[in-house]
Design a protein around this ligand. Structure first.
Ligand code: FNR
Length: 404
């Protein structure tokens, strides 16, 4: 029998992924004035040598005020390219692919790293003494996210122009560093999400109001990025497919908006939609279950396929075992999970909660890789797929008799 889709290659423009495992971007709050450090090298390298097809470098700020914390990475000046290139070169020396997520934190900028938040609070503003910039936090409207965040200033037209130019410059630096793809961070309540959502965007100019106006800055950003990357380089976009605010009467960004947006993305030059959710409102209500987010990916993929539109879909969120990872991307007739040693319980969940077989073209994994950097290798073993380990680890592979 052929390998499960999870371990089959996927070509996106000029990028050949050897399987469907992607390391989701993960902020480390460990940069030095925006420069990646040895921590990032060690953190990212452990995934690059353990089986994923693509590693995406953490949310990297396009302007200094687009950092979540003063310790976030950035690409707003040329000196920040070299430490990124060092990591990219290592990835390529291992035959690995590497992408970068570019971002602007908008009204969620200038906070302290999570481990510095005082007990009993969810966030805290980084004051000037702590390297913060609470008087220069950008947002579409002067509406604060929640307690523990700065009150943002409404972006002027000049700020918007500077923002778009900063995306171009940071993308150019990413290309100079040699990355294989770019992901635009349009999720989690950061600046681009804030423009999409009528809850955070109350502008009356051409950037606020209608769906077309609220998505304008996103499309300008996509255009800016696409204009400086090679034709052969894939462009990914991460969005929050819903902000989980349907329980409130005010209009919010919903899955229907995401489907409408997704249909416009192939023509704009986006190759893959990375489907996340939430984090633009402190009042969000999530009915949490293992597939709560993966199902959003599945819904969008199904609608696009019906319309014959070609947009790859990435699923993310709570993917932490072999059967879940396998079944999300499995194409064609879903082979039974029998003999894989995987939990059949999850197969039942897929059937009952999603009602469809293929929900995405690839899976992005974050927390399971923190728990277990060799997760993709373990999954391969559980699914009976032979994968190459680094030469240096030739004695370490899962043997046929290895107990897991
Ligand atoms: C994240 N996440 C995240 N998302 C993103 O788009 N950009 C980022 O830089 C980060 N940073 C980050 C850091 C850490 C330590 C974690 C745990 C998470 C979210 C992450 O990419 C992923 O979408 C979620 O964690 C859900 O996936 P898992 O963890 O359930 O596999």
């Amino acid at each position: 029998a052929s390998a499960p889709t999870l371990f089959q290659p996927l070509r996106v423009r000029g990028l050949e992924l050897h399987n469907r495992f992607v390391v989701s971007p993960m902020c480390q709050y460990s940069a030095d004035d925006g420069h990646l450090t040895d921590w990032h090298f060690a953190h990212l390298a452990q995934f690059m040598i353990r089986g994923a097809a693509l590693t995406i470098v953490e949310a990297t700020a396009v302007t200094p005020n687009g950092r979540i914390t003063p310790q976030d990475s950035g690409l707003w000046q040329d000196s920040q390219t070299a430490p990124l290139k060092r990591i990219v070169d290592f990835a390529h020396s291992q035959g690995q692919k590497i992408g970068i997520q570019l971002a602007h934190a908008g009204r969620k900028a200038s906070t302290v790293a999570p481990w510095l938040v005082p007990k009993g609070h969810t966030s805290a503003v980084a004051s000037k003494e702590h390297g913060g910039w609470e008087d220069n936090v950008w947002a579409p409207s002067a509406i604060k996210y929640a307690e523990g965040y700065a009150t943002p200033k409404e972006m002027s037209r000049d700020d918007i122009a500077a923002f778009v130019q900063a995306w171009k410059d940071a993308t150019r630096r990413s290309v100079e560093a040699g990355v294989d793809c770019i992901e635009i961070h349009g999720a989690h309540g950061y600046l681009l999400t804030e423009f999409l959502s009528p809850l955070s965007n109350q502008r009356t100019d051409k950037y606020g109001g209608s769906f077309e106006n609220r998505t304008r800055l996103l499309f300008q950003t996509i255009e800016a990025v696409r204009s400086v990357i090679p034709e052969s380089m894939p462009l990914f976009l991460r969005i929050s497919a819903t902000e989980w605010m349907e329980h409130e009467s005010s209009p919010s960004w919903t899955i229907e908006d995401s489907i409408r947006l997704a249909k416009l993305l192939p023509a704009a030059g986006v190759d893959l939609l990375d489907v996340s959710s939430g984090a633009n409102s402190a009042n969000q209500k999530i009915n949490l279950h293992r597939y709560y987010q993966v199902n959003l990916a599945g819904q969008i993929r199904e609608k696009l396929q019906k319309d014959g539109l070609k947009l790859l879909i990435g699923a993310v969120g709570m993917i932490s075992n072999a059967e879940m990872a396998r079944s999300i991307v499995q194409e064609g007739k879903d082979a039974s999970a029998e003999g894989t040693g995987a939990a059949t319980h999850d197969t039942v969940e897929v059937a009952e909660e999603s009602g469809q077989v293929t929900q995405a073209d690839l899976v992005l994994v974050a927390r399971q890789l923190l728990r277990e950097p060799g997760f993709p290798l373990r999954v391969a073993h559980q699914l009976g797929v032979e994968v190459k380990w680094p030469n240096q680890y030739h004695r370490g592979g899962w043997s046929r008799n290895a107990k897991i």
